[in-house]
Write a protein of this length. Structure first.
Length: 723
């Protein structure tokens, strides 16, 4: 049986953990504690009349009484009983003689003047429950943080002015080919700003608000709820998937860069929020929205929705239909990526999101949103023609994306940059013509309508040409950089490289019999060595080669050689069944020609800050802010690289890549054909010149009736022209 714990305090016994008010009495350095379980207590010197006896000359016979409040049973009052020396309330160093007072937790009362040595000190003890205490401390903490925040904001407030808001300043981005020729687009229309919100029409401002800041009209420039929601989402997913910048914060970031800064740091975010608060305190919501619509960045060096409406659609903002207004609003999250000139399909997906939000907010009806979704988006043909110049439109778009990845979107937007590349304009024209002519001649016979060509310098990884499709005016999707395609047998390189690195001899023979649903060797041989199997592109041998060293090691080596796309360690991976991009494969094959040293494929060689030049006519006097890595990482032994080179030479001289042969020129490479001839590949190298070209033929959707020998043939025709 559990014994009930009790403690004797005063006249009564109470449970040790019972919550009852107590009175702490200090006299002559000694402390007594009384549990206040009755309704009335008398304090004084007379033991016959008093419940709490205090023997000292300063205390009257009956000095004071404690009385329980009838309305609140846990509250007591103390009352003076006409004592000679009175009762005093103590608050810090202050004292006050009182007749009566309510007692709360930690209330201190002095019987007699507190400065006298004989005075008796009483302390009422009635702590609230732990959760009430916690709330109290939390409240005090919130108040303290709030006060500190106010002081910090006040300190920052003095550092900048928002009257007037500075204009948007953006300098040109000059992209240069290897010979110094500019490949940047033609001059833009002059930037103009509309003075009144109504000039933007009815649809555009509403589309922007539902897309970027649904709380715009009632937030204070920042959205605390949105910040918490974004934080929870990002923590839950482990990725930066949702932002919380309001329209006012974006305006502050775009116009007050000298104060806010351009880096992605907590300090910049803090300054951005302070600036947004000050803008909100200075301007009306209509003024802020007008500023934003006039100055926000919308891709291709275009600022403001008036310029964007003219650039993308050839219309004034007030003339935009629902589909066009939603498209422009959909560009805002990533103007260089979600762009109808660069990736129309992605721009349409974001347009549809804006339309859905407009319908959900009852701004348009569901029928109107559906009608807009099913409408054809007609872009401005003049801007489309000049948007990326005429010299190398696919390459220019790739450079702008690479620039954003290197410097960050905010920095890249500012412009005032000179970007050097190794683009060979003569070779670029040859690549464009070769692809167009080959597709026109062979495409109808073999049922393919598209292709891509990527040429790089294997010594540096720098791009020399990039042709992302047959006709940029008809399709701006860059198949040479963005398309995810199965590489087919070109992926076998990694299985053979891993085996060689693992100590397998290239002369070792591998069984040609069927394996796990993969048919035996087409050559009919019983076994083949690695040289012959690679040249003839025998699938079953490639799988056995990969398994001999372990498919996990094949995946690991592929990663080291630049493959970042998802892979699984299985036979399908060895045969090129998982999608990759052309730059990934080009970088891997260039590693072999570089003796086993890996460098990523890149377009940008150097970047100068043209706003920081001693002489603007001399590039070398400008501040160099970026230079591409030329060292690389060793991932293959020179011996392995040499053997792989020999294997690829046999592909062209005796195997599946004979159509790529060029007289009096050494050519090495590998073909690749996927299931149903959907993708036709050839990746070839002229090792004496250290030039690599990857060729892909196929359709954006659907299969072909050709083989990889067609890609090898196009490779030979194009490279014969440039070499």
């Amino acid at each position: 049986m559990t014994k009930v714990l009790t403690q004797v305090i005063g006249y009564f016994q109470v449970k040790r953990r019972a919550r009852v008010p107590k009175l702490e009495v200090w006299r002559a350095g000694k402390r007594d504690i009384y549990a206040l379980v009755a309704d009335r207590y008398v304090i004084g010197r007379n033991p016959k009349e008093c419940d709490i006896v205090v023997v000292t000359p300063l205390i009257s016979q009956v000095h004071a009484e404690l009385v329980r409040d009838r309305r609140q049973s846990d509250r007591f009052y103390i009352r003076d009983q006409d004592s000679t020396n009175g009762i005093y309330r103590q608050k810090g160093w202050a004292k006050q003689r009182i007749k009566s007072a309510p007692l709360r937790h930690n209330t201190r009362i002095s019987l007699g003047p507190p400065e006298l040595k004989e005075a008796i000190t009483l302390r009422f003890i009635d702590p609230p429950p732990w959760y009430i205490q916690l709330l109290g401390w939390l409240g005090k903490g919130i108040v303290a943080v709030f006060l500190m925040l106010v002081l910090a904001i006040a300190w920052e407030w003095q550092k900048f002015s928002v009257t007037p808001l500075p204009p948007v300043e953006q300098g040109p981005i000059e992209v240069l080919a290897a010979d110094g020729t500019s490949i940047s687009p033609a001059d833009r229309i002059p930037h103009t700003e509309l003075q009144h919100l109504e000039e933007f029409g009815e649809l555009l401002p509403k589309a922007v608000i539902v897309s970027e800041d649904r709380t715009f009209y009632w937030n204070i420039g920042i959205d605390p709820v949105g910040i918490v929601r974004a934080l929870v989402t990002n923590v839950r997913t482990g990725q930066l998937r949702e932002g919380a910048s309001t329209i006012t914060q974006q305006l502050a970031r775009n116009t007050l860069r000298s104060y806010v800064g351009t880096g992605d740091s907590p300090g910049r975010k803090w300054r951005e929020m302070v600036a947004a608060l000050k803008i909100t305190a200075t301007y009306s919501k209509r003024q802020i929205l007008t500023f934003y619509l006039n100055r926000v960045y919308l891709g291709y060096g275009v600022y403001g929705f008036r310029d964007a409406a003219l650039f993308y659609f050839g219309k004034e903002p007030s003339q935009l239909n629902l589909s066009e207004a939603a498209t422009l609003a959909g560009i805002l999250p990533a103007p260089e990526r979600i762009n109808p000139f660069r990736n129309k399909q992605l721009a349409l997906e974001y347009r549809d999101r804006v339309l859905q939000r407009l319908a959900n907010a009852k701004i348009v009806t569901a029928a109107e949103a559906e009608r807009a979704r099913r409408s054809v988006l007609k872009l401005n043909p003049n801007s489309l023609k000049n948007s990326q110049g005429t010299l190398a439109p696919y390459f220019y778009g790739y450079i702008m994306e690479e620039l954003t990845a290197l410097l960050g979107e905010n920095f890249a937007r500012e412009g005032n940059l000179i970007v050097a590349t190794n683009l060979n304009l003569a070779w670029q024209q040859a690549a464009d013509r070769s692809l167009q002519e080959f597709v026109a001649l062979a495409g109808p016979a073999y049922n393919f309508s598209q292709g891509a060509i990527l040429t790089i310098d294997t010594t540096t990884g720098a791009i020399l040409t990039m042709t992302g499709g047959v006709d940029f005016q008809k399709s701006q999707f860059n198949r040479a950089s963005h398309a995810q395609r199965q590489p087919g047998s070109t992926f076998k390189l990694f299985a053979y490289a891993a085996a060689l690195e693992g100590g397998v001899s290239p002369s070792q023979a591998f069984d040609c019999s069927p394996l796990g649903g993969v048919s035996g060797c087409r050559s009919g041989a019983g076994a083949l060595d690695m040289y012959t199997a690679f040249a003839l592109s025998e699938n079953v041998v490639a799988i056995r080669v990969g398994e001999s060293v372990g498919l996990d090691r094949v995946v690991k080596l592929a990663r080291q050689m630049g493959i970042t796309s998802p892979l699984q360690p299985d036979g399908n991976m060895v045969l090129g069944g998982y999608e990759v991009t052309m730059p990934e494969m080009a970088a891997a094959y260039a590693t072999v020609d570089r003796g086993g040293n890996y460098l990523p494929v890149h377009g940008i060689v150097k970047i100068w800050d043209s706003a920081d030049c001693q002489d603007r006519q001399q590039i070398n006097t400008c501040r160099l802010i970026y230079e591409a890595d030329s060292k690389g990482t060793s991932v293959l032994s020179p011996t392995t690289a040499d053997i792989l080179t020999q294997m690829m030479a046999l592909v062209v001289s005796q195997g599946t890549g004979r159509a790529a042969a060029i007289p009096q020129t050494q050519v090495i490479g590998k073909t690749g054909t996927t299931d149903d001839s959907r993708d036709l590949w050839f990746i070839g190298i002229a090792p004496d010149r250290h030039i690599l070209t990857a060729v892909w033929l196929g359709n954006d959707e659907g299969v072909t009736s050709g083989s990889s020998s067609l890609a090898a043939q196009l490779w030979g025709e194009y490279m014969a022209k440039v070499l």
